[in-house]
Design a protein around this ligand. Structure first.
Ligand code: ZN
Length: 474
């Protein structure tokens, strides 16, 4: 990765030129020669990497999908096929000496850039978690991506931060960890609810007088609602950075209002969008202005999720990533399964003026688009929309939804626990009506206890809560 001061101001045509150069280099020097999967694939499909002159030729290359990278039962080593081989001795040229050191570097690939350092895993929401290998080179890029995200968020070393992202071998926690270390701010790496628990996280926020907290959206709502119960104050809290789980604008609004309600000093809410496979997360300068990506690290395409056709500026579609500057596990045209409802914007950000490509709108999970059995044929159900509805409500504390098979049609059961002091019967009735109007499937809303809902969604057990449960095949 290059200097952020340069990249963040680079005009779109210069970014494209840089990406063309990086892509052809990545293809010829790494993917075609030392990437077991792509080396084989190019041979099998008769693809000559030299035919790819730049980004506009990318559609000549096939996509990589989740199913390609998940290890089959009988071959746990399979994800290794996506890891670049360490260059052999024969590729190394003699090291330069004397004055020639000042000339252009031509010592060949440096094996230490390719040597294994650590593994972080994908979230494993829809499939088994996939190990993503990082080398020292990648770790430096992760640190740089983290530093850039903090610059975009406008966080400085004066901002004491509570990192309440769940501790796990994943990019979410560790990018945040390295960002705070890099910037030199006072930070408490809580490990999230799974490690420290709600009470201690809130206590730390209060006693450290922390102005900033990084936390998953559902857990954040729960935290702000239970603050009073524990008797802690949010009077020094100025902002919350939401990440790990997809954060629709409804969640931003809800959290912002809740901050106001609990007496926070300010009610600024920002979002980070992490993709494990991209080996980094991207921040928004302010909600709605898009996730500011790193064009010298990862190339973003937005494509039609079904046909694969590359979409134009601002058109919604699936986020596809290609590594331009990575070692270890690397991907070419990897379909993330995430839908960007506002597509990709390449004009400068109207808010912060940075010129990097931005992923716009909300991120929806393709795996939450369901085809259900209806009375008169298939009915589409977008559970991402249900998440938005549930985030927007002031009276919902915790919830989950079950999709059940039925005859003559599939049904939806939504189980809720209301915010303390809510008339739960009224909540049940109102929610029942609203969901019935919005979704064309039979909906039943049920009330349940805090413990029962928390248990079902895996609060403080999973990396984030599992609120949409497809029970049709169980
Ligand atoms: Zn911006």
């Amino acid at each position: 990765m290059q200097a952020w001061s340069k990249i963040s101001k680079m005009p779109a045509p210069a970014i494209r030129k840089m990406q063309n150069e990086q892509l052809t280099k990545m293809l010829s020097e790494d993917l075609a020669v030392r990437h077991p999967h792509y080396r084989e694939l190019f041979k099998e499909k008769n693809i000559n990497p030299a035919d790819i002159k730049g980004v506009e030729d990318l559609d000549k290359l096939p996509f990589t999908e989740k199913k390609d990278i998940v290890a089959p039962e009988d071959n746990p080593e399979h994800p290794k096929k996506f890891v670049l081989d360490v260059p052999g001795e024969d590729e190394l040229k003699p090291k330069k000496k004397g004055f020639s050191l000042f000339g252009k570097k031509d010592t060949g690939p440096d094996p230490s850039d390719y040597s294994f350092f650590t593994l972080y895993f994908t979230a494993g929401r829809t499939d088994k978690p996939v190990p993503i290998e990082y080398t020292h080179y990648d770790l430096n890029n992760l640190k740089e991506a983290g530093a850039r995200a903090f610059d975009i968020l406008d966080l400085s070393r004066d901002d004491t931060l509570i990192n309440a992202f769940t501790y796990a071998p994943n990019v979410y926690f560790w990018q945040m960890f390295y960002s705070t270390i890099g910037i030199g701010s006072t930070a408490l790496q809580t490990g999230g609810g799974k490690v420290l628990g709600m009470e201690k996280i809130l206590k730390a926020m209060d006693s450290m007088e922390a102005p900033a907290m990084a936390i998953a959206p559902g857990y954040c709502r729960f935290a702000l609602h239970t603050l009073e119960h524990f008797g802690f104050s949010a009077e020094n809290l100025e902002r919350i950075i939401l990440g790990i789980d997809y954060t629709p604008m409804e969640a931003v609004d809800r959290i912002s209002k809740l901050m106001e309600a609990v007496g926070a000093k300010e009610n600024r809410v920002q979002r980070i969008y992490f993709i494990s496979e991209a080996k980094s997360g991207w921040a928004e300068c302010a909600p709605g202005f898009g996730y500011h990506t790193n064009p010298d690290h990862v190339l973003i395409e937005i494509v039609d999720p079904d046909s694969g056709e590359v979409k134009g500026e601002g058109e919604p579609g699936e986020v596809v990533i290609t590594h331009l500057d990575a070692k270890g596990t690397t991907f070419l045209r990897y379909k993330t399964g995430d839908i960007a409802t506002g597509g990709l914007a390449t004009e400068p950000c109207p808010n912060c003026k940075r010129t990097v490509p931005r992923i716009m709108g909300d991120i929806e999970r393709k795996s939450l688009y369901f085809d259900l059995k209806g009375k008169d044929g298939t009915v589409s159900f977008n559970a991402n929309e249900l998440r938005k509805v549930m985030f927007a409500r002031e009276d919902v504390l915790l919830w989950y939804a079950e999709i059940n098979s039925g005859d003559p049609e599939d049904t939806l059961k939504v189980v809720v626990k209301g915010v303390s002091g809510t008339d739960e019967q009224a909540l049940q009735k109102d929610l029942q009506e609203k969901l019935h109007d919005q979704f064309s499937i039979p909906v039943a809303v049920e009330l349940s206890s805090l413990d029962a809902v928390a248990n079902t969604i895996g609060m403080e057990k999973f990396i984030t809560e599992q609120t949409i449960l497809d029970k049709r095949n169980s």
